[in-house]
Design a protein around this ligand. Structure first.
Ligand SMILES: [Zn+2]
Length: 342
């Protein structure tokens, strides 16, 4: 795979001097640099260690070959440029959890976590057995492979935004009441067809955001359910339960700082649009390589994995139903945007 690309979008330093941070978060850094690590100026971002499109397909093939009795890999469509979009199904529990990643091509860490989740869910262990018995897991790792292909190209700035599909469409504006022609967004059409087919009890949708900080330091993850006012209350409540479960699953982590993502009523995002269609959907936004470089990949992938396994386990053992939706409201706000100061 191509190993590096250069960032220039984050070169303007903005001071965040008013932030209050734990001492450990600023250790070894200037006081105005919250937490870190940061990509500085023209510093290259190493993408080695993340699956290229070919490596992702090969990984799914290996998974299916290793566990033919418990894994089903199905091509659900093709991207604009003809790359396969695959769903992976593991388990046979009553509840179905759908995990979506990388609808924006330049937001890859959820895909890495989803592969780790599949490894865990297919393992011939008591924990793997419990997960497969308790939940049906459906994963679409990397909805926008064309964007990722562009992002890996060192000359990507010359072409289309890697966030968007190859028809220059933001796939995360194609849901619910969107009037975008899905013929131009075959990736979104594939996902929406899958959602109708598997009728999931819950959907988790993984993205990256830039850097924010609140009183607990640099935010590593922000989470929000379908908040559009027309979302059915029981659908919103299941999204709030999942939000609370994620907060709980990561509360003991030394690295994670989970906050609420700011509410917006844009109806055509997956979060709101799928919720409007009756499928509880939670947006998960992590700080990513665009600000953190590769130095936080391991911790952020582990964080995403913990959020996935926490929700899957709660659905599997039934504890999900006992979660008070109001617990989601106790997560802190995301705080202000901060930028690198190097
Ligand atoms: Zn995104």
């Amino acid at each position: 795979m191509r190993a590096t690309r250069v960032t220039s979008a984050l070169a303007v330093p903005v001071l965040a001097a008013s932030l209050t941070l734990p001492a450990a978060a600023t250790e070894g850094a200037a006081e105005t640099v919250p937490g870190g690590p940061w990509v500085c100026g023209e510093q290259p971002i190493r993408l080695s260690g993340l699956h290229s499109n070919g490596e992702l397909s090969a990984a799914l093939d290996r998974l299916a070959a290793r566990h033919p009795d418990v894994v089903d890999v199905t091509e659900i469509g093709r991207s604009v440029e003809g790359r396969p979009l695959e769903s992976v199904t593991v388990g046979h529990g009553e509840r179905t959890l759908l995990v979506l990643t990388q609808v924006h091509g330049d937001e890859p860490l959820g895909t890495e976590a989803a592969l780790a989740l599949l490894d865990r869910a297919t393992a011939p262990t008591p924990a793997g057995d419990a997960l497969r018995d308790g939940v049906t897991l459906v994963v679409v790792p990397r909805i926008n492979p064309d964007g990722w292909e562009r992002y890996q190209d060192p000359d990507f700035a010359e072409g289309l935004d890697p966030r968007r599909n190859s028809n220059d469409i933001d796939l995360n504006r194609t849901f619910g009441p969107s009037e975008i022609d899905l013929a131009l967004a075959p990736e979104a059409a594939a996902v929406q067809g899958l959602v109708e087919d598997v009728d999931p009890n819950l959907i988790l949708d993984y993205h990256h955001q830039v850097s924010y900080a609140n009183d607990d330091g640099l935010v590593t993850m922000s989470v929000l359910w379908g908040t559009h006012p027309d979302v059915a209350p029981e659908v919103a409540d299941d999204g709030r339960r999942a939000t609370a479960v994620i907060g709980d699953a990561l509360a003991g982590s030394g690295h994670a700082n989970v906050s609420l993502y700011p509410r917006s009523d844009t109806a055509t995002t997956a979060r709101n649009g799928l919720s409007l269609d009756g499928y509880p959907t939670v947006l998960v936004e992590q700080r990513g390589q665009q600000d953190a470089g590769q130095k936080s990949h391991g911790a952020l992938v582990r964080e995403a994995l913990a959020s996935m396994t926490g929700v899957a386990a709660a659905l599997a053992d039934g504890s999900f139903d006992d979660v008070d939706p109001a617990a989601a409201d106790l997560l802190p706000e995301r705080g202000d945007r901060v930028r690198e100061t190097c």
